[in-house]
Design a binder for this molecule. Structure first.
Ligand SMILES: [Zn+2]
Ligand SMILES: [Zn+2]
Length: 319
């Protein structure tokens, strides 16, 4: 995809920061439905319209599956106490042993997508995903979590990613929000240990300017310094860019220390924004910031098989 335009730097406004709660956990009753609604609103006229509508259908499938599953496991009190004492993530993405509700959720999502219009390649991938046995779905999920996916996995990534999001978000939603504590480094999700997908800057009265990093796995948000690299935690060499003449609701926070960027989403400019939806709908910003020399700190799973020009992810362990 070639693009005209350029990114322009924004002046920095540190806002009026009150003391926000450290963590916000997803509300599973509304989380994926709200994402679908946002994608539907962003799709018309977007260069990626068919793709945004496809991800909206996946989010609707996630919402439907969420209402149909049994509760599943949660970490026990001993596990939580141990993690808190050692500053480990509570439901760590690489070490948490997923129970059978993960594959049940994956199959429920796949069932909810039967009959949905989608590109031929996606329909073939869905059929391949559905034909996998439970062990094979788990193995595919493990490869995605470890960022070791094989080229032949790529077409199925949206479905296994949706299942992983659903599984972790259902657990995160049932945690006591008072339990998660900051990890070291603070850029890691306190619930699952992932690096941030995006960040959101608040607009509500009393919280203007406070910022939360957003997890792409468990969907938790955690409070984070406003002007600090979401990847390497540097506070030096941070700048903000938006597409010239375009919306300022989504800006790229670039870091000259690690040469990565993470998007910052501004609720003041777009009160209905969704971290995943607004990230996907602003691919031109990624392309321009990439051309200017910064790499995306964390790739959006939904973009992996869809666009060959999507930037390469960095290792989640390099933070
Ligand atoms: Zn997380
Ligand atoms: Zn950095």
């Amino acid at each position: 995809m070639s693009l005209k335009g350029r990114v322009v730097p924004d002046p920095v406004d540190i806002g009026q920061i009150a003391a926000p709660p450290f963590v916000r956990l997803p509300d599973i009753a509304t989380h994926f439905a709200a994402r679908a609604t946002r994608l539907d609103a962003l799709a018309p006229g977007n260069p990626l319209e068919p793709f945004l509508r496809f991800v909206a259908d996946i989010a609707r499938a996630q919402h439907k599956a969420a209402g149909a599953l049994s509760a599943g496991m949660l970490p026990g009190d001993d596990h939580i106490a141990f993690c808190k004492a050692h500053r480990f993530a509570l439901i760590e993405r690489l070490t948490w042993v997923r129970d059978a509700s993960f594959v049940s959720g994956a199959r429920a999502i796949a069932r909810a997508l039967i009959g949905v219009r989608m590109p031929e390649a996606a329909a073939s991938a869905l059929a391949a995903f559905t034909a996998r046995d439970d062990k094979s779905i788990d193995a595919l999920a493990d490869r995605l979590l470890r960022e070791e996916q094989e080229p032949w996995d790529m077409a199925e990534v949206p479905f296994v990613a949706a299942a992983l999001e659903l599984h972790w978000a259902r657990m995160a939603a049932r945690l006591d929000p008072a339990v998660p504590v900051p990890l070291e480094p603070r850029s890691l999700c306190p619930v699952c240990g992932s690096t941030a997908l995006t960040s959101v800057v608040e607009a509500a009265a009393g919280r203007q300017g406070s910022r939360f990093l957003c997890c792409g796995l468990c969907q938790a948000r955690w409070n984070y310094t406003r002007i600090q690299c979401a990847h390497c935690v540097s506070t030096k060499g941070i700048a903000y860019h938006h597409v010239e003449g375009g919306s300022k609701a989504v800006r790229a926070e670039t870091c000259d220390e690690c040469r990565t960027y993470t998007k910052a989403l501004y609720l003041e400019e777009a009160p209905d924004l969704d971290p995943v939806a607004d990230d996907l709908a602003t691919l031109p910003l990624d392309l321009l910031v990439g051309e200017a020399g910064w790499r995306r700190a964390r790739l959006n799973w939904y973009l992996m098989p869809q666009d060959e020009e999507a930037p390469e992810p960095l290792s989640a362990t390099s933070a």
